[in-house]
Structures are given as C-alpha cells and as structure tokens.
Write a protein that binds this ligand. Structure first.
Ligand code: F6R
Length: 609
C-alpha cells in the first residue's frame, strides 16, 4: 500500500505534493519521491526513509513546475532504497510513473524490454511501466499508458507524466484505489482522500479499468474499452482525521475491514485459476528440500505465534509431518534439536521483533534453513532469512494486529498446500478442494464483516465485566488464544483462553454467575465434545456466546447467543472465526472508552528483548 499524489494547475506543484504525501504517510513510509514537469525538463528526486529525508535532500531549492507526481512507498518488490523509490523513469528519462499495487508478470515484461534495449535501474515491478509507456509512445500519453497497461497482469493505481507535456497527467486503476480531486483551474490525483482534502472536497472515484487524462481545466475519463465516461461528482464531508482512517474512527477497525482485500492481495499471483493451481515458486525451496524435511519449527511472538499454532494443526493434519511451535523468546533459550532435515518458519508482521530475529540468527548459525513470513519488505527478518514469503496486508498501524494475522494464516495454508503437493501428501482432488476453498475465503470474511451489528449486544455485555474466558478445541483453541489476546490488549478486560477439555482441571472454579464465555465450535468432528464442555460452563452459570459453523443448527436452544459463521473446510475456519473475535474486542474497547489504536504500555514493534 503506497501513497500517490498528482497535481496540475498554476501553483508550485512541489509544495502541494509534499503536503499531500504527509497526509498519506500512514500508507507506507520507507521512501518517497517526486517528479516535476517543467517544459523540456522532467526532474525526479527520491530518497530512502521518511518524507523528511526527501525534504532534506531537496533543501531550500524546490524543483520548479506546476505539473507533478509524488509517492510515499511501502516496499513490495525491491528493498527500500533511493533507487527503488518512486517515481520510476524509462531509460531516456522521458516518462515518470508512480504506482501502487503489484505487477505480477513484471519479470516477463522486464526480459522483453531488456531484449528491446531498455536499461533498468531498480529492482521494482513498477519500473516496467515506464519502459512500456516509452515503448508504445507515439505522441499520445493516454494511448501509450493504455497500451502499456494492456500488457500487465496484477493490480495498479498509477499516474504518469511526460517530459515536454506540462499540460497533462494520465492516471488509471485496477484493484487499487485512485481518486481525482476537482479544483478551480487545477486538478489533483490521489490514492486516498486525505492528500487533497485541504484543496477540494469534490472528487471523481475511478472504477476498475478506467483511465483518465487530467489537465488543469478538464478531466476526461475513459472506460476499459476506450469510450468516454461521464462521472458523478462525489462530495467528501469527512474531517481530516477521519479521512486518514478512511472514514473509520480508528485504524484498528479500518484494518479489520481491509481484511478481504489483504487476503486477495496475499493470494494474488500465488493462487491461480480460482484456486485450482498454486504457484509458490517465489520461495525457491527445491522439491528436494521440501521432500527431505523431517520436522518443521514455527517460531514467533504474540499474534504471529497464534497464527503459527493454527499452522501446526493445518500442516500436521495435511502433511503428516511433526510441527513444533515456539514463542521466540523461549525458543532461543531452549537449545532446540535442529538438524539439516529441519525447516524453521519464523513469522513476524514487522520483521523487526527482537526475539524473533534472535531466534532466526540462532537457527541460521546452526546452518539450518529459515523461511520467513513477514509483512515488511526489506525488514531485518526478510533480509536475513533464506527464503521469504510476504504477506501483502499493507501497513498495519493499529497496535493490535488483525489483517497481518489473517494473511499469516493464509501464507501458512499456501505453504501447506505447496508442500502437500511436492511431498505427495495431498492428492490432486484434496489440493483442488483446498485451493478453491481458500480462494473463496475473502467473500466469507466479507459476510462476517457485513454482520458486525449482530455482535454489538454481546460486546456491550462483555464490556461490563473485568474477566472473560475463551474456549475451544484444536484449531478453535488456537483462535481462542488470539481472541483473548485481542480483548486483553485493547479493552484491558482480563481474558483467558482454555482448551475446552481442560476447564474441569481447575479453571471451572472461576466460572461464576453471568461471566462471559466465548466458545468456539467450528470443527465438525469435535462438535459434540465441545458442546459437553460448554454445558459444564452453562451449568455453573456462565453466559455463553458461541461461534459455530453454518449447518450446526439448533445450538441457540441451549446457549445464550450463537453467531453462525459461513461454512468452509474445517481447517480454514480460523480465517473466518477470528473476525467476530476482533470485532467484539474492538466494540467492547470502544464501549469502555479505551485508546484502541494505542493501548497503554504497548508498542507496535518490539525491538528489545
Ligand atoms: C498483538 C500484537 C503482538 C505482535 C507481536 C509480534 O496484537 O500485535 O502480539 O503480534 O509483538 O510482532 P511481529 O509480528 O511484528 O513480530
């Protein structure tokens, strides 16, 4: 998720671009850059680091021009660096492009362009766009952008400018948001509203496949077929703070709502043909390496550790391979029994967690392979691991992890299917069934998000208690642990997660009249066993809110509240069942007036032991 701004008018574009980018820094902040068109000059300035670094580099001598584009980057392809920062240019420096999204077939296009004599400077997927535009250019910027985009597979929101063309910029989108701000004798393009809110509240929202030619007086929008589209003007009435959060009151709820998108981005290019085919060749794990693996270790902290617990159940069930899951802070001091047949998977959203990084170094020091699952390109974990599988959740700002967790689960499922195929542990029909079910997860998450209101009654009840319990068996237990952590960290309600069968070994003593108990019953094979544990709780006065899978009807007769989750394969249910748990934690924390995005005593990235 990167931030994009474009300006065309009669003012000094540089200051407007910088102000706009400042409002978008929450979308990504590892590097930034601008390109200004000034007659026959196209000046590009880029810098690694936060926007301030770019401003320092520019100093007091602002580049001239009243047409320009700017970008703040959240790295996907290529580590954060000056050269990988946007805008990207073709080799002649005639065209500059800023882009948000992922060009899936960039390797193929890069080879094609290189054979045609183009010289590349960066490691990014975006740079191919600038060379393609140059390749197709015959005097019409819009036409060459459209021809370039016709070659591209993947997602994009982009803006392009050309040397000598002060009078226009061209923008287009597919699966990545882009808006056009309408001013007086000036117009704007941005990936998100906050960038332009101080200049205009009138916008066009570009739809997928649309492209536009933007001059200072006119905005022409075209359909994918090249026909002119008459757009409706949309009026923004959010205030500036709301706008950064996409109209939501907190980053956490914004990020919860982004989960279907985060899942789609993470499966993009990896799960093909609606799930029938899986391509994880990016891992560079040879078939030999996969086949010779005798034991998997998953190492992480906090929410990422909880994702690892789900991964254990999925992998052991599908691969019949022993999987150990460790807290990184424990793993590093327990002298783990590793050898060359071990595969260690470290999971870290930030890629900077000190304990996870130390565990990774320890493993590599013993000559054992490490595969990292991380959300941050160029992070320490990504740089030091042997192989990396990125989650494409976009920047996670709220301290409580939500969209990173769900994409970590997805990454673990993809690895499971990939290893299952290579090891012959899953036959073709099991692989296809799994892949197709994974492909449909985003819409099932959307279903739960759309029923947010149904959870409010229980959240209000929960918010009045100081203690709560989460119970479940197997994968449901792993998700219960994550549910309890979410509730604790943002609402300050003391919550404990227990394996349902374990309650009677001590914890039942804590069940008192009315105490909230969140019970997960999503695994069909364990339904009856879980229900008898729930009855033990009910018999002692607990108030039971149950998450069950569609098709397990009739539970509401015995329990206080039941929320039915859309059905899928049992082993994929954690992706769906965690969503109501995130929502009830969020709703209860808001009800209690807690600072949801920045809970006390916590930091987003824990870089100390
Ligand atoms: C909880 C949370 C933390 C992190 C943990 C590990 O909501 O966010 O428990 O999961 O600090 O962080 P990463 O994944 O960045 O290594």
């Amino acid at each position: 998720m990167c931030g994009i701004v474009g300006y065309i008018g009669s003012q000094d574009a540089y200051s407007i671009l910088i102000e706009g980018l400042k409002k978008l820094e929450y979308r990504g902040y590892d590097s930034a850059g601008v390109a200004l068109v000034n007659g026959s000059r196209l000046e590009v300035i880029k810098a690694k680091g936060e926007l301030e670094q770019l401003e320092n580099k520019v100093g007091a001598k602002f580049p001239n021009g009243s047409t320009g584009i700017g970008h703040t980057r959240w790295a996907t392809h290529g580590a954060p660096s000056d050269v990988n920062a946007h805008p990207h240019c073709c080799c002649s420096g005639d065209f500059a492009v800023v882009h948000n999204g992922i060009i899936e077939n960039y390797r193929f296009i890069r080879e094609w362009m290189e054979e045609a004599g183009h010289k590349f400077q960066s490691e990014t997927d975006t740079e191919v766009l600038a060379h393609l535009i140059k390749h197709f250019y015959n005097g019409d910027l819009l036409g060459s952008v459209q021809q370039a985009l016709a070659q591209v597979e993947g997602s994009f929101a982009l803006v392009a400018v050309a040397r000598g063309k002060n009078d226009q910029m061209v923008c287009a989108r597919k699966d990545s948001p882009l808006i056009i701000g309408l001013g007086k004798n000036e117009n704007f393009v941005a990936s998100d509203v906050p960038a332009i809110l101080q200049y205009t509240r009138r916008i066009y929202i570009l739809e997928d496949g649309e492209a536009a030619r933007v001059t200072k007086d006119v905005v022409e929008v075209f359909s994918p077929e090249g026909k002119g589209v008459s757009k409706e003007v949309f009026h923004i009435d959010w205030d500036a703070v709301q706008a950064e959060k996409g109209g939501h009151p907190h980053f956490m709820i914004k990020e919860i709502m982004e989960q279907p998108h985060a899942l789609r981005e993470t499966m993009r290019g990896r799960l093909l043909e609606e799930g029938r085919k899986i391509d994880l060749s990016e891992l560079n794990l040879t078939d030999e390496e996969i086949a010779s693996t005798r034991r998997v270790f998953i190492v992480a902290c906090g929410t990422s550790y909880h994702a690892g617990l789900v991964g254990k159940y999925a992998m052991e069930r599908a691969l019949r391979l022993p999987v150990e899951v460790d807290l990184a802070s424990e793993f590093r001091y327990r002298d783990p029994l590793l050898d060359e047949s071990s595969l260690v998977i470290v999971i870290s959203q930030s890629g900077e967690t000190a304990d996870t990084l130390a565990a990774l170094r320890l493993v590599r020091g013993k000559g054992v392979r490490v595969l990292a699952i991380t959300n941050v390109v160029g992070s320490s974990v990504a740089r030091e691991a042997d192989k990396v599988l990125y989650t494409w959740a976009g920047p996670e700002i709220a301290v409580a992890s939500t969209k990173a967790y769900i994409t970590q689960l997805l990454a673990l499922y993809l690895i499971t299917l990939h290893m299952g195929r290579v090891r012959g542990a899953m036959d073709a029909s099991a692989l296809e069934e799994g892949g197709r079910a994974i492909f449909r997860l985003p819409e099932k998450v959307e279903n739960v998000l759309g029923r947010e209101r149904e959870l409010k009654r229980f959240s209000a009840y929960l918010s009045r208690w100081e203690n709560a319990f989460f119970i479940g068996r197997n994968m449901d237990f792993a998700v219960a642990l994550e549910g309890a952590l979410k509730l604790k960290e943002i609402s300050y309600i003391h919550a404990e997660a227990y394996a349902s069968g374990e309650l009677k070994h001590g914890t039942l003593a804590l069940i008192v009249e009315g105490i909230p108990v969140v019970a997960l019953v999503t695994q069909k094979a364990l339904q009856d066993k879980s229900l008898s544990n729930i009855k033990e709780v009910k018999a002692r006065g607990g108030y039971v809110f149950c998450l069950a899978q569609e098709g397990m009807q009739g539970l509401e007769e015995e329990l206080d509240e039941v929320f039915y989750l859309p059905a899928t394969l049992d082993f994929l249910l954690p992706v769906i069942s965690v969503v109501p748990l995130q929502l009830i934690s969020y709703q209860a924390a808001v009800e209690r007036g807690c600072p949801v995005d920045k809970p006390r005593n916590l930091a987003k990235s824990v870089t100390v032991e």
